[in-house]
Design a protein around this ligand. Structure first.
Ligand code: COI
Length: 359
């Protein structure tokens, strides 16, 4: 992992915030730390790397992001291990994924070594904000927006890359217990050739309506199907999705409209390491129904940075309810335990997934 050699200026806050006391239910994205990091891109170069107090951003009302939505973000976490060692989980993965997303959105990517150095510098400054409780972490949100003020429709020539930090606990308020999911057959998250495979803010905007309609009806999130056949499964909520059948574990193959998730990649890696039969392939609602009828559809879970591994207890497709296994010795529990043991340093980081910060 290469961090860069960029020079950051530091302006310390004169009004430090009080940190949430230990054992606060942190939830997700409700608290923010004292500082953010930022860099600007203009005249063909990245410059003015800085750590500054958390405050409002000022932008031209004609800034491209406001009108044409050039906005990409990433999400990753820092953990506090024993002896107060702070580690960041797979920053190189997120640096490369942002660079890939920039190609699709015609944006200027921050160099990967700048991306990684930014996170390392900011988390070091804010290391006291990394929570101590098991299940909590410091969520890192690197964000890139087009800032040039103009109204012609073309890519921005100026960008702001900024990163903010949020101490977080469980993403779902029910604390890793299972979620209820509605199979969305009307709205779609992404279409072939669209933005689904990159972490564009627009994908989240397009998901909000269906998700909030179903929340009103008591579902935690929706299962997204493909835009063409409305039968192939793509993602669940803001997560990648896995199905555990009697003889096979399946996740949808990356088809151009599915986000290649970091935790998805780790889960595939662990399942292969454990010599379990895992496939990345097309998976349809029709197949789910057959597997369920045979009694061979055992478990379903989502994977993501925010929600880690989240078991699905109930899946509602039109008027059919699937009840799935979430108790006892499930595969999702085994995966959750393994990934979090690596993150918190209980077992060796045998895959080099962690970047440790200097004390
Ligand atoms: C993630 O879990 O990776 C996310 O980015 C989810 C976030 C949009 C809440």
């Amino acid at each position: 992992m290469s961090t860069g050699n960029y020079s950051f200026s530091m302006t310390k806050t004169s009004n430090p915030l009080s940190k949430p006391p230990p054992n606060t239910a942190l939830g997700f994205g409700k608290y923010f730390t004292d500082h953010i990091a930022a860099s600007d891109y203009s005249d063909g170069k990245w410059h003015t790397h800085r750590i500054v107090p958390y405050s409002n951003l000022s932008m031209d009302p004609a800034a491209c992001v406001y009108h044409y939505g050039q906005a990409l973000f990433e999400g990753l976490k820092a953990f506090r291990q024993k002896n107060d060692k702070i580690v960041i989980f797979r920053p190189q993965f997120n640096a490369s994924r942002m660079a890939h997303g920039c190609q699709r959105l015609s944006m200027q990517a921050p160099p990967e070594d700048l991306f990684i150095q930014t996170l390392a510098e900011l988390v070091s400054v804010e290391r006291d904000w990394v929570p101590t409780e098991r299940g909590s972490a410091l969520y890192i949100r690197p964000t890139l927006v087009g800032t040039e003020g103009f109204l012609g429709v073309r890519p921005s020539n100026e960008y702001l890359f900024f990163t903010l930090l949020s101490p977080v606990g469980s993403y779902y308020s029910n604390n890793h217990r299972s979620v209820r999911i509605w199979v969305e057959t009307e709205h779609v998250r992404a279409a072939p050739g669209g933005l689904g495979a990159v972490k564009a803010a627009a994908n989240y905007a397009s998901s909000l309506y269906a998700a909030s309609e179903q929340k009103k009806r008591g579902y935690d999130q929706v299962l997204w199907l493909d835009a063409v056949t409305k039968d192939q499964i793509e993602e669940v909520g803001t997560m990648n999705v896995f199905f555990v059948f009697k003889n096979e574990i399946v996740t949808p193959a990356l088809n151009g409209s599915i986000l290649p998730g970091g935790v998805r990649e780790c889960v595939l890696h662990l399942l292969r390491e454990w010599k379990l039969p895992v496939s990345e392939r097309k998976i349809t609602m029709s197949e789910l129904k057959e597997q369920y009828a045979r009694g061979e559809f055992l478990e379903m879970f989502g994977t993501g940075t925010a929600a880690v591994i989240t078991p699905v207890g109930e899946l509602q497709h039109k008027d059919f309810t699937y009840k799935l296994n979430t108790g006892g010795e499930t595969l999702s529990t085994r995966l959750y335990e393994e990934i979090t043991k690596i993150q918190y340093g209980d077992i060796p980081d045998r895959h080099q997934w962690l970047m440790a910060l200097d004390k």
